[in-house]
Write a protein that binds this ligand. Structure first.
Ligand SMILES: C[S@@+](CC[C@H](N)C(=O)[O-])C[C@H]1O[C@@H](n2cnc3c(N)ncnc32)[C@H](O)[C@@H]1O
Length: 314
């Protein structure tokens, strides 16, 4: 586990990608529910986030607390490549992204669209060639393409089709900010001495002890049978996975870790749906107002609740 010494952060780090289920909107509710010992001391001995996604909570905590050790996991290899590149090669990444931005913004709307599809095609073809196991220079251009696509695609999503191809269409933006250099530098600072792994959440097990704060934000259980927007990877996170996660939660609870889990509330759609109430019976289950940005069920936008489940009160 990587050790971080107290270090002054001059710039606020924010998620560098727009990610489905991103938790920026929920930070206020989550911070209120941190263990009181952490709120008082402003120190987090060990932080583990097994479903890091865009990392809203991690970056927030790094900005305002002293996080001594941290581990971030996600099963999405493209996302983890981008994190590792920002950690190791921020300058090369920024230089590449800057030239991509310059190139793109001087084009007409139609030419921008062609440019987007060219980069998307290349990104999809290269996935068969890239070595996901070993860090290499080709990771830098892959991370740059992912960030470019995320900033220029429709709705700023990352979504793969059943063949594993990125298939989000072109989005029309006046002046997309493709290279946010200041934030990328701040993210780089925040990631220094953080361990980042592409792995299933269960792999976090070995790092979790009584000094650990674990924030778990798994893929949402779809609000209804048609909302499949949580396809971060080809595999869906099924009810069976949610059950496996609840078992993991109980196991980590018995180790004495502080656990905070968030998820969509199925009661938004069906007040009789007790799926999570049953899975997490005996824990602190709270329902807080949340705005869901990426929701296929547009009529319910803005009026939903999110679940926050903790294994502690104070
Ligand atoms: C709701 S998102 C997390 C969003 C994040 N909290 C944020 O603020 O952006 C869920 C994440 O879990 C990842 N994921 C899905 N299945 C996983 C698994 N079995 N193990 C680890 N990560 C997984 C997805 O790739 C996705 O990035």
């Amino acid at each position: 586990m990587a050790m971080d010494m107290p270090e002054k952060n001059y710039n606020i780090a924010r998620p560098y990608l727009k990610w489905a289920g991103g938790k920026t909107q929920l930070l206020f509710e989550l911070e209120k529910r941190l263990p009181s010992s952490i709120k008082e001391s402003r120190i987090i001995e060990r932080y583990v986030e097994p479903f890091v996604g865009g990392g809203a909570m991690f970056f927030y905590l790094k900005n305002y607390y002293q996080v001594r050790e941290s581990l971030l996991l996600d099963i999405n290899p493209e996302l983890i490549i981008a994190y590792q590149v920002i950690q190791r090669d921020p300058h090369k990444l920024i230089a590449l992204l800057m030239s991509m931005e310059e190139e793109h913004l001087k084009k007409s709307e139609d030419a921008r669209k062609d440019n987007f599809y060219r980069i998307r095609d290349e990104f999809n073809q290269n996935r068969l060639l890239i070595n996901y196991e070993e860090y290499g220079d080709e990771w830098i251009s892959r991370a740059a393409s992912l960030i470019f696509l995320n900033k220029t695609c429709f709705n700023g999503l990352f979504r793969l089709n059943s063949k594993g191809e990125f298939n989000v269409p072109f989005g029309r933006y006046k002046n997309p900010r493709i290279c946010d250099e200041v934030n990328l530098q701040a993210v780089h600072q925040a990631l220094k001495k953080t361990e980042i792994q592409c792995a299933d959440f269960t792999q976090a097990r070995q790092y979790i002890n009584e000094d650990t704060l674990v924030y778990l934000d798994p893929p949402y259980r779809p609000l209804n049978s048609t909302s499949h927007f949580t396809n971060y990877s080809r595999e869906r996170f099924s009810d069976l996975d949610q059950k496996k996660l609840a078992k993991f939660y109980r196991e980590m609870d018995s180790r004495g870790a502080y656990l905070i889990l968030s998820n969509s509330d199925p009661k938004n759609n069906d007040p009789n749906d007790n799926f999570f109430d049953e899975l997490y019976h005996g824990y602190e289950i709270e329902r807080v107002p949340a705005k869901r940005n990426i929701n296929s069920n547009i009529t319910r936008r803005g009026e939903i609740k999110e679940l926050i489940i903790r294994n502690f009160k104070e």
